[in-house]
Design a protein around this ligand. Structure first.
Ligand SMILES: Nc1ncnc2c1ncn2[C@@H]1O[C@H](COP(=O)(O)OP(=O)(O)OP(=O)(O)O)[C@@H](O)[C@H]1O
Ligand SMILES: [Mg+2]
Length: 468
């Protein structure tokens, strides 16, 4: 196997040059491929990795500059040295500004070529390792577009990984701004449906009849004003994922129709006779408490069971304080780029204030606060003067992992007499926590600081009744 950083592609329409260069460079230990026009060169670059491209400026199909543009556009990683004839030196100089490593004039002087190639390759190696490093760092802090490395978020990623490539419908719960839509997109992108559509519908954004029209579409003439036929989101999401956002806000009747479409995998457009078959994976989300929504009859139980094959409960930001600095770093970078700024983060005192705030609007609120701060900051670091008062006047430090619902009230207390075995203590604590968490195992696991798998194992051992 030839090492990737020894592979060179020569693109020149003069066969004599290609032949001469190939012989010379092979003798030097490089592995050479060649193309006689720009298009053939691009095809090879798409298929294989080359550390270096030696490209003539004047070639048929794509000339050197056009080839360069395509390489950049497609993000092909290679170092480029341009070969120029007499009349094209000024173009070569221009190419240097576009990121070309160097240029070499015809007739090619072997000594010069032999001296610049190793330097160009060294440069390539550095660039590649820098890129790899960047990717590794990104991998350490991101999961798809989701930022966060707290234990609670790692648990969420595990569930996404496990469920993404199955046919199971997923229900995502969590307070507003915790990233439910990001999670839905991550599930889609990690599934084998990733190249098919991801269609999102915000169920709270439409009155009942308009929502049905959005979901199922209509035939021409279905109602006054239906001048043309219109496919609905179910059809548009065929083979892909349909994200039903704010599902708890949907009318009961519409829920029944969705249930039918899911069970039968077919439906009719409004005013239509023809049954349309669809294959969609549903990911739903709500910021309501599911048990309350069921009790208050906001969510149909049958639909709930159909959708909630897997539940992902996103923790509020105040329960994962360690993610705040990561999120802030990323948002500062993002809004720096957007606003053409070079802000280098936050002052120490500003950071500690942001860590104390409860973030009722979760990540969305944090993102908005950082956007505002980046825009208003004129010095190198964001300080308290650009943070809204409601945030900096918060005195109470947010809690680390334990949600408040378990603390304080007597219903949360357990009396454990001396002499109780540890096994018995564990059982009591787990069952009582489940009770407090309305039998939601994900939530209970979070409160207890153990994984969902552990809670399942323990329950199996206690032989406790199945709850969700
Ligand atoms: N973990 C995260 N990493 C990066 N950005 C995030 C994260 N969580 C949320 N965001 C950002 O915060 C904003 C709100 O996220 P999203 O729309 O997914 O929240 P949501 O839970 O659907 O909120 P709502 O219930 O109000 O619809 C978006 O701009 C999103 O990009
Ligand atoms: Mg949302």
């Amino acid at each position: 196997m030839v090492k990737e950083n020894k592979r060179i592609l020569i693109a020149d329409d003069e066969e004599a040059i290609v032949f001469g260069l190939t012989e010379m460079l092979e003798e030097e230990g490089y592995s050479i491929s060649s193309a006689l026009d720009g298009k053939a060169a691009l095809d090879l670059l798409r298929q294989e990795k080359f550390a270096l491209l030696l490209a003539d400026l004047e070639m048929p199909k794509y000339d050197g500059m056009q080839l360069l543009k395509k390489i950049k556009k497609e993000g092909i990683e290679t170092q480029v040295i341009i070969i120029t004839g007499k009349g094209t030196i000024s173009t070569a100089v221009r190419a240097m500004r576009e990121g070309v490593y160097d240029y070499i004039e015809k007739p090619i002087k072997p000594i010069r070529l032999k001296s610049i190639i190793p330097k160009a390759l060294e440069h390539y190696k550095l660039r590649v390792s820098h890129k790899n490093l960047e990717q590794q760092i990104k991998h350490l802090t991101h999961f798809e577009d989701i930022i966060g490395q707290s234990q609670l978020m790692l648990e969420v990623y595990k569930i996404i990984d496990a469920v993404a490539d199955t046919t199971a419908n997923v229900m995502i719960t969590g307070e507003s701004g915790t990233g439910k839509e990001l999670v839905a997109k991550a599930i889609h992108r990690k599934s084998s449906r990733k190249n098919e559509p991801f269609i999102a519908v915000n169920c709270s954004a439409f009155p009942e009849n308009i929502l049905e029209n959005e979901l199922f579409g209509h035939e021409k003439g279905a109602f006054t004003g239906a001048l043309t036929e219109k496919p609905g989101c179910f059809e548009m999401a065929h083979k892909g994922t349909l994200f039903l956002d704010e599902i708890g806000e949907m009318a009961f009747e519409t829920q029944a129709k969705i249930l039918r479409a899911l069970e039968e995998k077919r439906f009719r457009r409004l005013g239509g006779k023809k049954e349309i078959e669809v294959d969609v994976r549903i990911v739903a989300a709500t910021n309501r408490n599911l048990n309350d929504a069921l009790k208050e009859k906001k969510l149909r139980e049958d639909l709930y069971y159909r959708l909630c094959v897997m539940e992902i409960d996103l923790p509020p930001l105040k329960e994962r304080l360690e993610d705040i600095p990561l999120l802030i770093d990323e948002f500062v970078l993002f809004f720096n780029q957007k606003n053409n700024k070079k802000i280098k983060g936050l002052t120490q005192r500003c950071m500690s204030r942001l860590m104390r705030y409860q973030w009722p609007g979760n990540v969305r609120e944090l993102k908005n606060a950082i956007e505002r701060a980046v825009i208003l900051t004129t010095s190198s670091k964001i300080d308290l003067d650009v943070i809204p008062n409601r945030i900096i006047s918060s005195e109470e430090p947010a809690k680390m992992a334990k949600p408040s619902e378990i603390e304080g009230d007597s219903a949360s207390m357990i009396v454990i007499p001396v002499g109780t075995t540890m096994e018995e203590v564990e059982k009591k604590v787990i069952l009582r926590t489940l009770e407090k968490a309305n039998q939601n195992k994900t939530k209970a696991a979070r409160i207890l600081g153990i994984s969902l798998k552990t809670i399942h194992n323990k329950l199996g051992k206690f032989d406790a009744p199945k709850s969700d």
